[in-house]
Design a protein around this ligand. Structure first.
Ligand code: PLP
Length: 392
């Protein structure tokens, strides 16, 4: 069966070049980078070369790069570091559309650790109101954490502008850049961002490696304590093979950034236009906002996204829905709810996310099959009949 993978915001294929770069570190290059002998020294040098590569990609300094285990750890480290290093401040500002790596942490800090949290709203296109952000900042604010790009809709926030606003008040600014990396330019030398989270498996490196960029001078306290690795900011022997893999993936991302914004974007646009033209009552979420070049969140009114996914999966097509299954009931995603997407649309939402490995044949395969899938589901949907009757 033909397979078409269009779920790259969930995870990506590990690039063959990345696998190749990592292999020696499972064999002869097994030294501990902290060891003083030749086995350690050699690995240490190669690991530091990978750190330099990652730093250069972001216009950062190697010492600004902290390797972690994933995007979630980077997010948790950033928020907790800001709170621990400023114990007198207990207020956090974030948005309603963050990934659970930030949202559930904030909810926990609110309920169990005496913090107060402001969750900024978004408009119908998923955009933030910067005046609202300005008003939310107080002398008690320890950190503002606002994602660079949304994982469900691909909506990009104006990070430079937000950083200027937050830094003008002397407040620590963290951004979750997990979905932005490799898809849009991220020159940190030109933004006032203090901390940025990244995750390897979203850019063709393996699962289990992340980065927290920490600008020199940022107030910081370690989340994991122990040995002196990572300059005392994260204890634990470094995951050397994966760090090497991430270095290679960053090198590839740099070389392919242009392609991401031309060829991949053209494929996404072809899919978007094709679906809108062939499927009545379909709507693109965040269509008026700036969006990542690879992401399409599209709602098909009056049917279930989960049913669409199952039917697509049977034809070898992988995408994801805008719903999360919670306690047996299908709840539309918090992102779509925050944007005020009507329930009749939110339930029928599918997210397609492309990568440089996708082809026009992949997109055309979806365009060939999805209109029929939607039509067949609408035929058996009582909501479709009711909705059409109400619309006259
Ligand atoms: N932040 C965003 C925006 C994400 O999309 C994800 C993963 O989907 C994460 C954080 C978590 O990253 P990880 O899976 O590496 O923990």
């Amino acid at each position: 069966m033909r397979t078409v993978y269009l779920d790259n915001n969930a995870t990506t294929m590990v690039a063959p070049e990345v696998v190749e770069a990592m292999m020696p570190y499972f064999g002869q290059l097994y030294g501990n980078p902290s060891s003083a002998h030749l086995f350690g020294g050699q690995v240490h040098r190669l690991m530091e070369a990978a750190r330099e590569k990652v730093a250069a990609f972001f216009g950062a300094q190697p010492n600004d790069i902290l390797f972690t285990s994933c995007g979630t750890e980077s997010d948790n480290t950033a928020v907790r570091a800001a709170l621990q290093s400023q114990p007198e401040k207990r207020h956090i500002v974030t948005t309603r559309v963050e990934h659970p790596a930030i949202l559930s942490l904030c909810q926990h800090l609110e309920k169990k650790e005496g913090c107060s949290v402001t969750y900024l709203a978004v408009d119908s296109q998923g955009r933030l109101d910067l005046d609202q952000l300005k008003e939310s900042l107080t002398d008690q604010t320890a950190i503002v954490s606002i994602m660079w790009a949304n994982n469900e809709t691909g909506v990009v926030f104006p990070i430079q502008e937000i950083a200027e606003l937050v830094k003008s008040r002397g407040i620590t600014f963290h951004t979750d850049g997990v979905q932005a990396v490799g898809k849009i330019p991220m020159d940190l030398s030109r933004t006032g961002v203090d901390m940025v989270s990244l995750s390897g498996h979203k850019l063709h490196a393996p699962k289990g490696i992340g980065v927290l960029y920490i600008r020199k001078g940022t107030k910081f306290a370690p989340f994991i304590r122990g040995g002196h690795q990572e300059r005392g900011r994260r204890a634990g022997t470094e995951n050397v093979p994966y760090i090497i893999g991430l270095g290679k993936a960053i090198e590839l991302a740099e070389a392919k950034l242009e392609e991401e914004n031309t060829r991949v974007k053209a494929l996404r646009d072809r899919l978007e236009k094709g679906l809108l033209a062939s499927i009545p009552r379909s709507y693109v979420n965040g269509v008026e906002a700036e969006r990542l070049p690879n992401t399409l969140s599209i709602s098909f009114e009056y049917i279930e996204g989960e049913a669409i996914l199952l039917k697509m999966s049977a034809l070898g097509i992988a995408a994801s829905s805008g719903s999360a299954c919670t306690s047996g009931s299908l709840e539309p995603s918090h992102v779509l709810r925050s944007m005020g997407v009507p329930f009749t649309c939110a339930h029928g939402t599918v997210r397609f996310s492309l990568s440089v490995y996708n082809t026009q044949e992949d997109v055309d395969y979806v365009l060939e099959h999805l209109p029929m899938i939607v039509a067949s589901l609408r035929e058996i949907s009582p909501y479709w009949e009711e909705g059409m009757a109400a619309a006259g």
